[in-house]
Design a protein around this ligand. Structure first.
Ligand SMILES: [Zn+2]
Length: 220
């Protein structure tokens, strides 16, 4: 199995891959109804669209007004929802809102024990400026496609640009799992899911078989 060394040159990090995860966010998850500063609105756990829903196949629209109450609510709800689902990331179209926004919530998992724990990061209007020719294959899952995992090829390293929730423009480089999460989430904004990226349909497994695999790896 590949031994992942996570290297990130980003000062700030950000990600809806649902690879098996530890209950790292359990405390936060208990705070489902967290009052949001200023307006005291209660963030909501949103329903997650499942594969087959047309919203997952749409081209999401750019965000042009970060101060709009709807966008602020969406950002707060994405944070609450990704923690509740224990995901590594979540994109707005997955909660039926077709905007170019996603959240990265990377943390160690049994499959990626060395994955960095990064503060949940909201990514708005993202672009990939350049990508390494080298691609790596690794397992991905998705909150919108429960029960299925597959080996997905992704660029090993990407240089990206996006807007933060504070309206700042960030340019940085991601490698390995963070690059994978970013590419997975960005695909959601373009109407793609990880199954569209496979080069071999035989590299799809059920969650049960995936769990069996990672447990066997751990015993070696
Ligand atoms: Zn996904």
């Amino acid at each position: 199995m590949k031994n992942f060394t996570i290297i990130s040159y980003c000062l700030t990090i950000m990600i809806g891959i649902t690879m098996t995860s530890l209950p790292l966010y359990s405390q936060e998850s208990n705070c489902i109804e967290t009052p949001i500063a200023q307006n005291q609105r209660i963030a909501k756990i949103l329903q997650i669209a499942q594969l087959g829903n047309p919203v997952l196949r749409e081209q999401a629209r750019p965000v042009d007004n970060l101060t709009s109450p709807n966008i602020k609510e969406l950002i707060a709800d994405l944070k609450t929802t990704v923690f509740d689902a224990n995901g590594l990331g979540l994109a707005a179209p997955q909660v039926y809102q077709s905007y170019r926004i996603f959240i990265i919530a990377c943390h160690p998992t049994p499959r990626y024990p060395n994955a960095p724990t990064v503060p949940p990061t909201i990514v708005i209007n993202p672009e990939i400026l350049s990508a390494s020719e080298e691609k790596l294959k690794d397992w991905e899952g998705c909150l919108s496609i429960p029960g299925i995992r597959a080996l997905v090829p992704r660029h090993k390293t990407i240089t990206v640009k996006y807007t933060t929730e504070d309206g700042k423009t960030v340019q940085c480089e991601y490698t390995d799992i963070l690059a994978r999460i970013f590419q997975h989430e960005l695909d959601h904004l373009n109407g793609l899911v990880f199954l569209d990226r496979l080069d071999n349909l035989r590299e799809i497994v059920t969650e049960k078989e995936y769990q069996r695999m990672i447990q066997n790896v751990g015993k070696k």
